[in-house]
Ligand binder design. Structure first.
Ligand SMILES: Nc1nc2c(ncn2[C@@H]2O[C@H](COP(=O)(O)OP(=O)(O)OP(=O)(O)O)[C@@H](O)[C@H]2O)c(=O)[nH]1
Ligand SMILES: [Mg+2]
Length: 532
């Protein structure tokens, strides 16, 4: 038996009458109506309107809903080409009926408003919480980014009429559901298939995020929360090594003991005025797939994106470019365009003149420019190596602190603070790299002097007669000099042993000995100064 308008829960006889007067005289019409038109009926509010449409569809069992395709006349399968087997459409799923409840509405609403038309957003305040009604039950038209023609396609071919239904196509290849002749029709209609595909993916991503916000499995960043820096790249690219070096912990032993990062390692770096949260994305294949499948959980609210490519691993350049593109696409879908730093990494000082490495660098740079120029991301590219960075120094946090203190961020309320802070972090990172370069040059110079000293000591050991009382000599050294300075920090550039007190004690010839000691003293003092 046919249902009446009054069978829809919430529609009383008066509302039904007004609807009929407006030409909505059947459940079929109610199910097919545009939300905007239904809202024109007096007494029908946003929240109830979409519920009425939804219920009408349910009463019709969905299948009876005939989608009107006004502009795009798409063949719905009857003229299907025999060469292509069309996959069976995934079964429809019911959307969760709960509302989206948020504690502080500003960020979440701002985020949702980027993608959903305002007329479909019903925001209500309940005590100290905000409630977004029907976010998942809204019709697919509520997405801002689809054109009318594209919507017709989504409704007619994919049979998606409500937001939640788009999730049926999550992790599926859309082209399995479209015939070649439908594709041709799309092109004839001026719809760019690639663009449409990426918009559908975007709709899937945003719907998943709405769903995750609803069940609280993700949360958007509140204003004033720490900056989020994500560091990604293939496995073994050197991400953790870079971060640990910036964090000041890395010595030779730690370097040797680096293990692949499991999933994501999150580190907090705080100073008085700024706090950053660094996400080190383990780069193994299975992890990469997981991040890209669930962009809402990983790529939201990013302030700075660092991508690391191993310049020595030329066999995996293409794989790395593909991963970079996928992350940038995911960020684009979320309408996030963080400042992006690309580290062409493992560009070690000893390899810089190697022609193969030079070629690799040029190849990577060219490809990166191509990838980045066709997207709207502010970016910079750096050549890096952990061997240019001096260990033991917490310079990263020190620099962030100094940079922040230089600039009065809050003085100008018009400054977009987030953006400003991102730039500062960027500057800090750049400063760290530059500083590391200059410090490493100084270290190199010190090493050369150590080498020269070592040669002198060796020549004494091999040629000149040894002094008979080395311990006394040693004592006299310490009494005439300040207490022995601390050993210099491990220097990755140096492979030569540093003179030790025992071989120092074996030197002969007073003047030579004291000149060596003076030189050592000044070198240790200089090392200490650099480390300060
Ligand atoms: N030659 C050279 N080796 C480096 C450099 N940076 C890191 N490595 C080495 O590269 C290897 C991998 O470094 P990791 O930092 O663990 O790599 P990752 O990118 O974090 O790898 P996953 O955690 O698996 O994603 C280690 O053996 C490091 O010692 C560098 O600048 N030059
Ligand atoms: Mg790692």
């Amino acid at each position: 038996m046919d249902s009446k308008l009054e069978d829809v829960s919430g529609i009383g006889s008066a509302t039904a009458e007004r609807m009929r007067a407006a030409g909505i005289d059947s459940i079929q019409k109610l199910a097919e109506i545009d939300l905007k038109d239904l809202l024109k009926v007096k007494g029908v509010g946003k929240a109830s309107a979409s519920k009425y449409i939804k219920t009408a569809k349910r009463l019709l069992g969905n299948k009876e809903v005939k989608v009107e395709v006004e502009e795009v006349k798409l063949d719905q399968g009857q003229n299907r080409d025999s060469s292509k087997e069309i996959a069976q459409r995934p079964p429809k799923r019911e959307p969760p009926q709960e509302d989206l409840i948020i504690e502080s509405h500003s960020e979440t609403v701002k985020f949702i408003s980027k993608f959903i038309k305002s007329e479909y957003l019903t925001l209500e305040k309940e005590k100290d919480k905000y409630v977004i009604k029907d976010a998942l039950q809204n019709p697919i038209e509520s997405f801002k980014f689809f054109t009318k023609k594209e919507l017709n396609f989504v409704k007619a071919i994919l049979r998606v009429s409500d937001v939640y239904e788009i999730l049926e196509y999550k992790d599926k290849n859309l082209f399995n559901y479209i015939t070649t002749s439908q594709l041709k029709t799309l092109e004839k209609e001026g719809i760019k298939v690639k663009e449409l595909e990426s918009k559908i993916q975007k709709a899937i991503t945003i719907t998943s995020i709405l769903d995750q916000l609803r069940d609280k499995s993700i949360k958007l960043k509140e204003p004033g929360e720490e900056q989020k820096i994500i560091v990604a790249g293939l496995d073994r690219a050197g991400k953790t090594a870079i971060l640990t070096t910036f964090g000041g912990k890395l010595g030779i032993d730690e370097l040797k003991n680096l293990r692949p990062t499991k999933k994501i390692d999150r580190q907090r770096i705080s100073s008085e005025s700024l706090s950053v949260y660094i996400w080190d994305f383990g780069g193994q294949t299975s992890y990469r797939k997981d991040y890209l499948k669930n962009p809402g959980a990983y790529f939201l609210d990013v302030d700075l994106f660092i991508y690391v490519i191993d310049v020595q691993d030329y066999e995996r350049f293409e794989e790395s470019f593909t991963y970079l593109k996928a992350i940038l696409n995911a960020l684009e879908q979320l309408q996030e365009h963080p400042y992006t730093l690309i580290f062409i990494h493992k560009y070690d000082p000893d390899l810089r003149k190697d022609p193969d490495i030079q070629l690799n660098v040029e190849f990577v740079k060219e490809n990166l420019k191509e990838i980045l120029l066709e997207r709207d991301f502010p970016y910079e590219i750096y050549l890096t190596s952990i061997y240019s960075v001096i260990s033991r120094e917490p310079k990263f946090s020190k620099f962030i602190k100094e940079m922040v203190q230089q600039k009065d961020l809050v003085a100008d309320p018009t400054i977009d603070k987030i953006e400003e802070l991102s730039k500062i972090i960027n500057k800090a990172l750049v400063a760290v790299i530059k500083l590391s370069e200059s410090v490493s040059t100084q270290y190199m110079e010190i090493n050369q002097r150590f080498d020269a000293l070592e040669t002198k000591i060796n020549s004494i050991e091999s040629g000149a007669p040894l002094v008979s009382q080395p311990q006394e000599e040693s004592r006299s050294v310490s009494s005439s000099s300040p207490p022995p300075p601390p050993p210099p920090p491990p220097d990755p550039l140096s492979t030569k042993p540093i003179p030790t007190p025992s071989n120092r004690a074996r030197e002969s010839g007073t003047s030579l000995r004291s000149s060596i000691l003076d030189e050592l003293k000044s070198l240790f003092a200089k090392t200490k100064e650099i480390n300060r």
